[in-house]
Design a protein around this ligand. Structure first.
Ligand SMILES: *[C@@H]1O[C@H](CO)[C@@H](O)[C@H](O)[C@H]1NC(C)=O
Ligand SMILES: *[C@@H]1O[C@H](CO)[C@@H](O)[C@H](O)[C@H]1NC(C)=O
Ligand SMILES: *[C@@H]1O[C@H](CO)[C@@H](O)[C@H](O)[C@H]1NC(C)=O
Ligand SMILES: [Zn+2]
Length: 448
């Protein structure tokens, strides 16, 4: 049972993620040998390129194509984004960040599909230079834990046909969750996305086609993040998401820096994994949940869960009463961390405070400082912030290795759909279907 899934996931990932090319797109500084501290501030100055990446054009009337229409889908990639056909603003922002020394010049990893990425000889995935989340190395500013006492809920890989099941259940208990959504899945399941968004759920980024991000070039990373942000932006009335989760939990110092410096995205991993992605049933998921819920209230729980199938959703639903009975406070993940805002330019999915002219750069809390640089620094208090006060001295202490052993290296690789659902879509996906069929076939062969 295990191997066919892994093979399938691997194959699917392989068909959407281009084979990594040798790193040649970054400057030839000496950062291979010198630890480059990640930038210490979260909110960028007004002149930072991220400020304008998703700005509406002046006078464009702030209108967006209706979700689900051909006009809405037309501008988006139908498969793995072409790194040579990215909006110039994104490429310029990447180049500016590289020039400013903000993107660590470390090599791409590589992997045999379905296995953990590895780095070239001499590069320690647990060292501060690479700090691979796959190796459980925690980069300051990345989020692995929730505040004490909180069950900070999130689901990966939507939208899917099972999304409404999850949304309806949470509605019945007056709750929402955070959905780390796959960009290309919007094209297949626009109405399922809307079910979550219109119910006030929080939408965050899970890349366009679900690759192992550390295996990608800088430009490929920009495409994976940028198109998903653009999709969320254009499908939510212009909201700019603040958070992303790497597929398989696979990020490192370079990937996290690109997300942060080019797109203002903060990286969220997890501290427990139900392994629902591995053919989880409500029973197996329930056993995992019971164990996690019995753990101490510090740190709070960020549990990897998926809205892949009714099975994975029902595993959560079955365990939900235990969350209360064991004394945890349920919250949508992104409402429980940082300043509690889901989007950079709006409080949440239902709020009317969308700022049409761009991204909120200043922190929303009432902070008054005089210098222009410090006025753009985050004052949010959370376990997510670890480097802002030590940006000049962080080289020896800015990375720590997680002692938690519960985070898995895998989450599901669902970037594609069931064939029955495919027939309902208007999106031209013949190439995708062909590859999917090949994948299914080869996975069954390999797995049997
Ligand atoms: C996003 O919406 C804006 C405003 O309508 C539009 O100009 C732009 O082309 C859209 N992007 C895509 C990729 O469709
Ligand atoms: C539902 O939750 C919201 C937000 O927490 C709260 O303001 C509201 O009172 C709740 N409604 C019910 C019926 O519990
Ligand atoms: C911000 O803080 C200042 C000083 O404490 C106070 O006078 C002002 O009313 C506050 N503004 C808001 C919007 O809370
Ligand atoms: Zn995933």
């Amino acid at each position: 049972m295990f191997f066919p899934l892994i093979s399938l996931v691997s194959c699917l990932v392989a068909h959407v993620a281009a084979v990594p090319t040798p790193s040649s797109n970054v400057g030839h500084d000496h950062s291979h040998n010198v630890r480059r501290a990640l930038p210490g501030t979260w909110y960028h100055d007004e002149d930072h390129p991220a400020h304008s990446l998703f700005k509406r054009a002046p006078g464009d009337g702030s209108t967006y194509a209706t979700v689900g229409t051909p006009a809405w889908s037309a501008g988006f990639p139908q498969s793995s984004p072409d790194p040579n056909a990215l909006p110039a603003e994104w490429v310029n922002a990447l180049n500016a960040a590289v020039s400013a020394g903000k993107i660590p010049n470390i090599p791409q990893s590589s992997n045999t599909p379905g296995t953990n990425p590895v780095y070239p000889t001499g590069f320690n995935p647990n060292g501060p230079e690479i700090c691979s989340a796959t190796a459980k190395c925690r980069i300051p500013g990345d989020i692995w834990d929730a505040p004490d006492g909180l069950f900070a809920s999130s689901f990966d890989d939507g939208p899917t046909p099972s999304t409404p099941t999850l949304v309806n259940f949470l509605g019945s208990v007056n709750q929402t969750t955070t959905h780390f959504m796959i960009g290309i899945n919007f094209l297949y399941y626009p109405n399922q996305f809307l079910a979550a968004f219109n119910a006030g759920h929080d939408i965050a980024v899970h890349t366009w086609t679900h690759p192992y991000m550390t295996t990608l070039s800088n430009l490929q990373i920009v495409g994976q993040l940028g198109w998903t942000m653009q999709m969320i932006h254009n499908s939510t009335g212009g909201r700019v998401p603040k958070y992303w989760r790497p597929p398989y939990g696979d990020s490192d110092a370079r990937v996290t820096a690109i997300a942060k410096e080019v797109f203002g995205l903060q990286t969220i991993i997890w501290n427990h994994d139900t392994e629902d992605w591995n053919n989880g049933t409500p029973q197996t998921i329930g056993v995992s949940m019971t164990g996690f819920l019995a753990s101490p209230k510090s740190p709070g729980l960020i549990i990897l869960e998926h809205e892949l199938t009714d099975n994975t959703v029902n595993g959560f639903i079955g365990a939900y009463p235990q969350i209360q009975s064991t004394g945890w406070k349920f919250s949508s993940l992104v409402k429980a961390i940082g300043d509690g805002r889901t989007y950079r330019n709006a409080q949440n999915s239902l709020s009317n405070d969308v700022q049409p002219d761009g991204i909120l750069i200043s922190p929303p809390s009432n902070v008054t400082t005089s210098s222009s640089s410090s006025s753009s620094s985050s004052s949010s208090s959370s376990s997510s912030s670890g480097s802002s006060s030590s940006s000049t001295t962080s080289s020896s202490s800015s990375s720590t290795t997680s002692s938690a052993s519960s985070a898995s290296n895998h989450d599901s690789g669902s970037d594609t759909k069931s064939s029955s659902a495919l027939s309902a879509t208007f999106v031209p996906i013949s190439t995708h279907i062909t590859l999917l069929i090949l994948c299914l076939t080869s996975a069954l062969i390999v797995g049997s």
